[in-house]
Design a protein around this ligand. Structure first.
Ligand code: TXA
Ligand code: MG
Length: 334
């Protein structure tokens, strides 16, 4: 049996999906970043189904999604306090691909936050997602709708392939526009008692844009430098977003030897693509936005070829390129 697939363009489908969520079921839905696997965040039994469907370890907390604006449920349902910097970032970037880690309200079950005192919150920009969240009337906990550690889904077909019958309903909102996960920002109290924002997962809202909004440089902590170090964002495990085929990272496609056995993922058109068994070019014009939108789907296509190995060319290290390099590092981690 496979999951039911409905178009998010159909208002009746939104109503049906909202009812599934309210009744404790699982709905996969498109957002502007990646597809999420949603459950009523206030219902621990429903949230437990998310962990089971994904094979996700329970120490990895979920993001709670809200409709935003004046629509219920509001931020106060899930968050106990909103630091000034968080308020500024929410005003500037919500709705959008930014997740804020904030002190949690008592109503949020421990399962959602993996027992932490904080909760990750996001107001997505994609209209079908907001329509679903408004209609559901409950906060929706949603990790990416893929098996734990695998490649994130950016189409409804990716979700169906990966999760199949573990989902009650898939709401097809077309391919995700942004294509990589939201930026996760947490707040730390320093020795002087001041709270400062830290990027825990680089993503679609760039560190440069966050810094510009707050008028200062923001620390980016990718979290996998030292495997022995405590995880500040418990989900930021080294190996993640990974294809089945072994993946090597290079600065230049010309570095790849024995390319005839290798599939290449390249940002720009490489000099000699015919050397490779297969080649996916993400942007002919060097546009990082376009590259991010096609990134996971291209990685999936290469992985599906069953080649002995894959190589990927690192992105320029600024803007969205930093987030894409973070995903590449994790995809390549042994
Ligand atoms: O774009 C996205 O964020 C997508 C869509 C569906 O919204 N969701 C997503 O969820 O990427 P997931 O579960 O794949 O990633 C959630 C990330 C993990 O890195 C997790 O560790 C972090 O958010 N996180 C969640 N709660 C946290 C908390 N209380 N403190 C620190 N990090 C937290
Ligand atoms: Mg994920």
């Amino acid at each position: 049996m496979t999951a039911r697939l409905l178009s998010a363009a159909d208002p009746a489908a939104i109503g049906e999906a909202a009812a599934v969520l309210r009744e404790g079921g699982l709905v996969a839905f498109g957002t502007e970043t990646v597809y999420g696997l949603g459950a009523n965040a206030l219902d621990p039994t429903a949230v437990a189904k998310v962990f089971a469907a994904k094979d996700r370890p329970r120490f990895d907390p979920l993001i709670v999604h809200l409709p935003g604006g004046d629509d219920a449920p509001g931020l106060a349902t899930v968050v106990a306090d909103l630091p000034d910097d968080a308020r500024a970032l929410a005003e500037r970037f919500w709705p959008g691909p930014l997740t804020l880690v904030l002190p949690k309200a008592a109503a949020v079950p421990d399962l959602v936050t993996a027992g932490l005192g904080s909760v990750a919150v996001r107001v997505p920009a994609s209209e079908p997602a907001r329509a679903l969240l408004r209609a559901a009337g409950v906060p929706v906990a949603a990790p990416s709708a893929n098996r734990f550690g695998g490649i994130s889904p950016t189409t409804a077909a990716h979700v169906a392939e990966g999760l199949g019958e573990a989902v009650d309903l898939i709401l097809d909102a077309g391919p995700c526009e942004v294509g990589i996960e939201s930026t996760v920002v947490g707040f730390e109290t320093d020795a002087g008692g001041a709270r400062r924002p830290v990027v825990l997962r680089p993503g679609a809202v760039t560190a440069e844009a966050l810094g510009a909004a707050l008028g200062r440089t923001i620390e980016v902590r990718t979290g996998n430098a030292d495997p022995g170090a405590a995880q500040t964002s418990p989900g930021s495990l080294s190996r993640h977003y990974a294809p089945r085929t072994p993946l090597t990272l290079v600065d230049d496609a010309e570095e790849v030897e024995a390319a005839g056995a290798c599939g290449l993922l390249a940002f720009l058109p490489p000099p000699r693509p015919e050397r490779f068994a297969a080649c996916e070019t993400l942007s002919a014009t060097g546009d990082l936005t376009e590259a991010a939108a096609g990134f996971y789907a291209a990685l999936r296509r290469l992985d599906a070829l069953g080649l002995p190995r894959l190589a990927a060319v690192r992105f320029p290290p600024h803007g969205l390129g930093a987030a894409l390099n973070d995903r590449l590092r994790r995809a390549a981690a042994g």
